[in-house]
Design a protein around this ligand. Structure first.
Ligand SMILES: [Zn+2]
Length: 457
């Protein structure tokens, strides 16, 4: 089934008129999807993590007279499948749900694990839901950018990956007939019944001793769960096998990399054997090594960005200056599947220094139209720009083609031809882009230009 799906995707990508060969980026992202085959992984004694049933991982910890669920997941239907799998392992009743943070992909399926009037405790931090509340306060809830970056607007052959979770179009059980729609219309989560404002609290539930530890990072309301007996740390979304998403391209979150680094440091301090991340398969037996590399990589990028910024380097220059050293760059779990090193560099700059990149010319910006007019005047007119753009495309330089076509689009907003070229160029650039959100956004933009060109004709 899995192989058939990949074969179908590659066949579509290679269809007549489409791209001749899938890029390395496409092949690597398709390969990545193997991680999300539905599976129940035994992490340690009495600890079971479900992957591939929902976009986030969901864990059951088995105690003496009941079980604890960490992150029920995104959808009631998907969470029911996970519950049925867990009930094959034990029929002990559910005593508690723990939310690592308030994102819908971790909590919206909670009703599937919640039996009313059975005294189930639902635990979260006291600032639970703070990111959602901030986005709502800014009036930024919804909009096209989140679905553009997650790939929900793309046709199936382009919608191959979200980087850290099952691709949105893959049917899992019976709950994702139309993954895109299901993901944007989630159920309402069960609200927490218990919250804590301390840095750390110790709980005894169903005979299990565990700590909940405040761990701001991917969200301000993040916590990790520490299970001292089995030495397992549940990192929520402060860890998954990808470069951390310190800046989501959808643009509605503000995340502190310094907090995130401190929270990873705190997890390392527990001396864990295993780390269960929020979206990818657990890392078994090597948690300290993995988390240490994760922390060191973030610290490196942070320190180099700040150091270079003090030397008048602009974000474009810092992307090179703060790139990871080879021994970290080669680690698959630090790959730019979801977050990206370049995005983190730019975000550190934006958060700490703001929009001004230090280039004095950027205090005196001309309008985009004026800049394009200058370029046209320089080369001998918009026709020459268009000619050069087509030449670049023919020479397999789609970025050059897109940059030149953009000038022509500004100068001739009614002309479909440069928009069509832009659409073609972005399709190639997107297909070669490894970072899944950037790829999805680029391909969505390509499709948008193609629609505009068709409307103009
Ligand atoms: Zn998540």
């Amino acid at each position: 089934m899995k192989r058939n799906f990949f074969a179908a995707v590659i066949a579509l990508i290679c269809a007549p008129g489409a791209l001749a060969q899938p890029s390395d980026a496409t092949l690597r992202l398709l390969e990545r999807n193997n991680m999300f085959e539905p599976d129940i992984i035994q992490v340690a004694d009495d600890v079971y993590t479900a992957i591939g049933y929902q976009v986030s991982t969901n864990t059951m910890i088995v105690g003496d007279d009941g079980v604890i669920i960490v992150d029920p997941g995104q959808q009631v239907a998907g969470a029911r499948l996970v519950r049925a799998e867990f009930e094959q392992i034990t029929d002990l009743p559910i005593r508690a749900l723990i939310y690592t943070h308030g994102h819908g992909d971790h909590v919206n399926g909670s009703a599937a694990f919640y039996d009313p009037d059975s005294g189930i405790e639902v635990w979260a931090r006291s600032n639970y839901g703070s990111e959602t509340a901030r986005v709502a306060a800014a009036g930024l809830t919804g909009g096209a950018r989140p679905s553009n970056t997650q790939g929900f607007d793309l046709p199936p052959e382009q919608r191959i990956s979200v980087g850290i979770a099952i691709p949105p179009q893959r049917p899992v059980g019976n709950q994702m007939g139309d993954g895109a729609r299901a993901q944007v219309q989630p159920a309402r989560p069960i609200e927490p019944t218990h919250t804590f404002a301390e840095d750390r609290i110790r709980l005894e539930i169903a005979g299990v001793t565990l700590d909940l530890v405040a761990a701001p990072g991917e969200t301000a309301d993040q916590l990790y769960v520490w299970l001292p007996e089995q030495r397992v740390v549940f990192a929520g979304d402060n860890f998954y096998q990808s470069w951390p998403n310190t800046y989501p391209l959808r643009g509605t979150a503000r995340r502190s990399i310094r907090d995130w680094i401190r929270s990873i440091d705190s997890m390392i301090g527990e001396d864990p054997l295993h780390v269960v991340g929020g979206h990818t398969t657990p890392m078994l037996g090597n948690a300290v090594e993995v988390l240490t590399n994760y922390r060191d990589a973030m610290q490196w990028v942070h320190d180099r960005t700040i150091e270079g910024a003090k030397q008048y380097m602009t974000p474009d220059e810092l992307v090179e200056y703060a790139a990871l050293p080879e021994h970290l760059a080669e680690l698959d779990y630090l790959g730019n599947y979801y977050g990206s090193v370049w995005g983190t560099v730019r975000d550190i700059y934006a958060q700490d220094l703001g929009w001004f990149d230090g280039d004095p010319l950027n205090l005196h910006r001309e309008s985009p139209l004026r800049q394009s007019q200058r370029m046209a005047d320089l080369v001998g007119g918009a026709d020459v720009l268009m000619e050069k753009a087509l030449e670049a495309m023919a020479a397999d330089d789609p970025l050059g083609a897109a940059q030149l076509a953009q000038h022509v689009i500004r100068l001739r907003p009614e002309d479909p031809e440069p928009k069509l070229l832009m659409a073609d160029a972005l399709a190639v650039i997107g297909e070669r882009t490894f970072n899944a959100p950037a790829r999805n956004y680029t391909l969505s933009s390509s499709n948008r230009y193609r629609r505009q060109a068709a409307e103009a004709e």
